[in-house]
Design a protein around this ligand. Structure first.
Ligand SMILES: Nc1ncnc2c1ncn2[C@@H]1O[C@H](COP(=O)(O)OP(=O)(O)OP(=O)(O)O)[C@@H](O)[C@H]1O
Ligand SMILES: [Mg+2]
Length: 304
């Protein structure tokens, strides 16, 4: 088997005696977009930081671009573009200066940096802001700059921690398009996200983690089929517990969340027929999506 771009094997990490990554293993193949999904505090950013060698695992092994990490993380990082969860731009410097500083960090000459700046400004849609100080940019503009900055060294691998957070829908779609074209050029992406649409559109495979453990792994559509099925019925406006008792015999699975009853079944017509005589209900039938998978696996209730 060809060497994977990233391998994690039985990785553990604890902070202050609390296991935050608990025996996590996965492989990211060359040219693939691999997603890490999970609730707040699941251990996604900690995992991304360990892949980058910015946090050391307590146990287990990590290899990135053929280098053992963290021992040789420095070498691997020369070929990685990083988008941290929280922007770490230089606020007192301009957009252009931020790119120049970052290019120098990768050992690029002034000429090499100048040659790539126009395409990065275009990527981030920040051509008109090249001379603005970062402190004067909006949150979404800073995010776009952070994403563009990650490409300065033409990396083979991108490690992106919630790249689209804070972006408006236009900017988000622009970034998704750009990431898709990077994938088409053979780049590999490790992506953490809370946008299920992003994971569905971009990821070849993903891993759902909760409390530092992998609870499901696979291609988005395979996970949707396995965990949920093709369609979901959402019923709102009645006594959801009473409705649940009525519909349970006709559904594969039902779930109450707040005042909404969710029904999952191969044949939803049977379920719908039971509702014919009821009035005052709002019934929505829709295709199943990754959010259903996420909520099923991690629970519909908020975590701390
Ligand atoms: N440097 C640190 N010191 C102590 N605890 C930490 C540190 N970094 C992370 N943690 C803890 O590890 C757990 C996992 O955090 P992590 O940032 O990896 O979660 P996450 O999945 O990225 O969550 P989010 O979706 O909110 O970004 C949390 O309980 C967090 O408080
Ligand atoms: Mg995080």
């Amino acid at each position: 088997m060809a060497a994977a771009t990233i391998t994690l094997t039985s990785v553990r990490k604890s902070y202050n005696g609390k296991q935050v990554v608990n025996g996590l293993s996965f492989r990211v193949e060359h040219g693939e977009c691999f997603g890490l999904l999970g609730p707040n505090g699941a251990g996604k950013s900690t995992t991304a930081r360990m892949v980058l060698g910015m946090a050391s695992p307590d146990a287990g092994t990590i290899t990135v671009l053929g280098e053992p990490v963290p021992v040789r993380a420095r070498l691997a990082r020369r070929r990685i573009g990083v988008v941290p969860q929280f922007d770490n731009l230089e606020p007192g410097f301009t957009v252009r200066e931020n790119l120049q500083i970052f290019g120098r960090y990768f050992g690029m000459s002034a000429g090499e940096v100048e040659a790539v700046i126009p395409s990065l400004l275009e990527f981030a849609h920040l051509e008109s802001k090249a001379h603005a100080r970062v402190a004067e940019l909006s949150g979404g503009m800073k995010r776009r700059l952070t994403i563009a900055r990650a490409l300065i060294n033409d990396p083979q691998l991108l490690v992106m921690d919630e790249p689209a957070t804070g972006l408006d829908p236009h900017a988000r779609r622009l970034v998704w398009d750009r990431l898709r074209s990077l994938l088409a050029r053979g780049k590999t992406i490790l992506l953490t996200t809370h946008f299920m649409e992003e994971a569905e559109r971009l990821c070849d495979r993903l891993c759902v983690i909760d409390k530092g453990r992998s609870i499901a792994e696979g291609a988005p559509h395979a996970l949707i089929q396995e965990q949920i099925g093709s369609h979901v019925l959402e019923i709102y406006g009645g006594d959801s517990h009473e409705l649940r008792a009525l519909l349970e015999p006709y559904a594969q699975r039902t779930e109450v969340s707040g005042e909404t009853l969710f029904c999952y079944a191969a044949d939803l017509e049977q379920v719908r027929m039971q509702l014919c005589k009821r009035t005052g209900l709002r019934v929505l039938q829709r295709p199943a999506n990754l959010e259903d998978v996420f909520l099923r696996l991690t629970g519909r209730d908020m975590k701390d």
